[in-house]
Design a protein around this ligand. Structure first.
Ligand code: NAP
Length: 251
């Protein structure tokens, strides 16, 4: 790498993004800034307050303006697999600015023997398959799409999320459980048993932090309504932080 210092924008909101930021900090000739949407009240950010920004860019044009103003050379999209809008914006903006872009996409979970998954493409499809599947359901999709399930009056939901839902939005019948992962199989088994839950709704987020519920469901022979991922934009993609670092060394 030459003496020229490359400026990198890391789009975050995941544990991997913060881990990548920490690794990149140790690399010579690289200046990095991490960006967070600001959805959670206490995001896990880099320790140095000068190293990150919080809040939307103001749409794709806002992101283009930011990339130009900050003279960003490389954009690394380490957002959550379900954060489709920001990934689309990143693809358009990087293309418009003529800068390199890498997506770090953790692999989706794969079904293994013993899993009883009902795979659906959307939350609205999930609501359609839930009726008749169980009367008490563990809803582990976060808080943003909760209202899609509010119409299901015959089902009682245990709804797990980091921060409480927005006021004024309809929420399903049931109870809130405010918790941040990672979760252990022992804890997940005890939640499923204690609340007598008969099914789980999950996004196929991938990764280790929230996989314990899938193991617990397998052990208890419970169905999992698994919402599949939205498509990602075309472009260079790696599966983990190590591969992202290797890609960066090549730039
Ligand atoms: P989204 O639908 O793809 O994005 C909505 C808007 O939020 C974007 O248009 C952008 O606003 C802003 N935004 C998203 N990520 C941003 C970032 N890293 N930095 C600055 N602005 C960002 O995303 P989402 O599903 O609401 O998720 C929001 C954030 O939470 C993401 O960063 C994601 O990594 C994280 N997250 C999401 C999930 C999930 O299940 N969706 C789970 C865990 C973590 P502007 O248009 O104003 O720029």
């Amino acid at each position: 790498m030459s003496n020229y210092c490359k400026k990198i924008l890391i789009l975050g909101g995941t544990a991997e993004a913060t881990a990548l930021y920490d690794r990149v900090q140790t690399m010579a000739n690289i200046e990095a800034i991490a960006s967070f949407a600001g959805r959670t009240q206490q995001p896990v950010t880099p320790k140095d307050p000068a190293a990150f920004r919080i809040g939307g860019f103001g749409g794709v044009q806002g992101l283009i303006d930011y990339l130009k103003q900050q003279k960003i050379d490389i954009l690394i999209d380490v957002t959550h697999p379900f954060a489709a809008q920001i990934s689309d914006h990143a693809a358009i903006a990087a293309n418009e600015c003529g800068i390199k872009r890498l997506m770090v996409v953790r692999p989706a979970w794969e079904k293994v023997p013993g899993d009883n998954w009902v795979e659906v493409d959307s939350h609205s499809q999930a609501t359609m398959v839930l009726s008749g599947l169980a009367e008490r359901v563990f809803l582990t999709i976060g808080r943003q799409e909760l209202s899609a399930y509010a119409e299901l009056k015959d089902i009682w939901f245990l709804m797990r999320m980091i921060d409480p839902p927005q006021p004024n939005l309809p929420i399903p019948r049931g109870e809130l459980l405010l918790q941040r992962g990672p979760f252990s199989v022992i804890d997940e088994l005890s939640i499923l048993r204690e609340y007598q839950l008969g099914a789980i709704v999950s996004k196929n987020s991938g990764g280790d932090a929230t996989y314990a519920k899938i193991v617990a469901a397998r052990e208890l022979k419970l169905p999992v309504v698994m919402v599949q991922r939205p498509p990602i934009p075309m472009g260079e993609t790696v599966a983990d932080i190590e591969s992202a670092i290797a890609w960066l060394h090549q730039q």
